[in-house]
Write a new protein. Structure first.
Length: 490
């Protein structure tokens, strides 16, 4: 398998290369801009850190100057355009971009043009003004910003109020970007909550509720994009993405089981909090690569009751997150009496706990969480769940979950009979084609990897009624150097 290579004509390749260069320089500009905003918020303008940050910002802007001698940064909705090219933002830098968008919106600014003559001193004046908006509304703050620049004698910037979202960003592209934003914010919220718990503090319940509401709203709008993002595995700590993935799967499954929107909110919050007790478990035990000892296992199983104790500290308007407490305690219990913690008397396991328990097993088995080895391929584990649905967990919920995932869950890497490689991106809408998922074709017939992938339906047939492509086998993504998540955040 060779390095990824796109299939384009010569002119198309040169155009893509130019766009790629602008995007790379644009990301550098955004990073430098955020660095300058933050440094000038913390230190005076003559501080060496500030001077270096505005110098970096001026240099990044200069690299983007076009033949007419300037560069343009434009914000439209949730997107950032640099020189009319929309930045393809990944989950790793979404928070940084959101910060820049928020600062510009607060100042009432949507378009910034800078001439090639802009100096670090000019950028320092602009960034200082952006950090201290003046006025009761966006329009007033926008005019105040322009007046401050004029008063300082800075004439190298041209500002405009916010513009409407681009037409070209409509449809699937917008939906995918919104899904990425919801996912990135959810991971950040989960990380903040777990860190707060580890420090003995109470996480912000109101913020977490907004996070879950965003997940529910995106799943109700574009479930495929949200499920696709569960394949992203390159965050700093898999514990955070595990919590968000379980939340996404739980909401999607709850929707199929007929839960109302309000119930989906409760289920999503409970799923996000299901492992909160692990914040109280020593990291050296959670991240242990070797086999767990009896003492290690005793400590880890304690995260269920630790989670309940943690959630007693989390309340809003005097109300405790009751469903989250139950799920934190019950999600490793089995309806047949097995699992942990040990029950002192017979008790029924709640529906939310059964949903989260099943999903937690799937995501943990297919993700490297440190002490769980070896990791199983999603299709392999789905087959196990299908075969054993009547012997463990809740058969009805298991069947609903397996049906939702399909024979080849989102993110499964497939070898086709055309010698192409594909990644499953969703269940085929035709129930009779459950074994023929929607896919991204990510290689040509010679094994050259393609990025981004080409959307295809394995249920498509030719003029003779024969399937155009069929699955031969599933593949190990790591073995072929394939980062599955990259095809869902392109």
């Amino acid at each position: 398998m060779t390095a990824p290579e796109a299939r384009h004509s010569t002119s198309g390749a040169s155009h893509d290369a130019a766009d790629g260069a602008v995007r790379a320089a644009g990301r550098a500009l955004v990073q430098a801009f955020c660095g300058a905003l933050r440094s000038l918020r913390l230190y005076p303008a003559d501080n060496p850190i500030v001077q270096r940050s505005v110098k970096d910002l001026a240099a990044a802007a200069a690299l983007l100057s076009t033949e007419d001698g300037g560069m343009e940064l434009r914000i439209a909705g949730e997107f950032v355009f640099v020189n009319h090219t929309r930045l393809r933002l990944g989950l790793d830098n979404y928070a940084m971009v959101a910060y820049l968008i928020a600062q510009c919106r607060t100042s009432g600014t949507g378009v910034l043009r800078a001439t090639a003559a802009a100096t670090p001193a000019d950028w320092s004046v602009l960034v200082t003004a952006l950090n201290a908006p003046s006025g009761s509304d966006a329009t007033t703050r926008y005019h105040s910003l322009r007046q401050r620049l004029d008063g300082a004698g800075v004439r190298v910037f041209d500002l405009e109020p916010p513009v409407k979202a681009e037409e070209g960003g409509a449809g699937a592209g917008v939906s995918a970007e919104l899904a990425k934003g919801a996912y990135a914010r959810s991971v950040a919220a989960a990380a903040d909550a777990m860190r707060a718990i580890a420090l003995g503090q109470s996480p912000n319940l109101r913020s977490l509720k907004r996070t879950v509401q965003a997940i529910v709203d995106r799943i109700l709008t574009d479930e495929v994009s949200m499920l696709g993002l569960t394949t992203v595995r390159d965050y700093e700590d898999a514990t955070f993405t595990h919590a968000v993935n379980v939340c996404i799967f739980a909401v999607a499954l709850g929707r199929r089981l007929g839960l109302a929107r309000a119930q989906l909110y409760d289920l999503g919050l409970a799923a996000l909090f299901h492992d909160c007790g692990k914040a109280r478990i020593p990291s050296e035990v959670l991240s242990k690569k070797d086999a767990l000892t009896a003492d290690d296992w005793r400590v880890i199983t304690g995260h269920t009751w630790q989670g309940v104790l943690t959630l007693f500290q989390v309340r809003e308007s005097g109300e405790y997150p009751y469903h989250a407490m139950l799920v934190a305690y019950e999600h490793h219990l089995k309806p047949d009496g097995g699992g942990y913690p040990r029950r002192l008397r017979p008790r029924a396991v709640g529906l939310f706990s059964r949903i989260v328990g099943i999903i937690e097993m799937f995501d943990a088995a297919t993700t490297n969480l440190g002490y769980r080895t070896p990791v199983k391929r999603p299709a392999e584990y789905v087959a196990i769940m299908r075969e054993t649905a009547d012997t463990f967990l809740d058969p009805t919920v298991v069947r609903a979950f397996v049906e939702m995932l399909g024979v080849y869950p989102v993110g499964t890497v497939l070898l086709l009979d055309t010698y192409e490689i594909a990644i499953s991106r969703g269940v085929n809408p035709d129930p009779e084609l459950a074994d023929r998922p929607l896919v991204y074709i990510i290689s040509d017939r010679d094994g050259q990897l393609i990025h981004p992938g080409e959307a295809a339906d394995l249920g498509d047939t030719d003029e003779n009624g024969r399937f155009v492509r069929s699955i031969i086998d599933t593949l190990d993504a790591d073995q072929y150097g394939i980062r599955v998540g990259d095809y869902f955040i392109a």
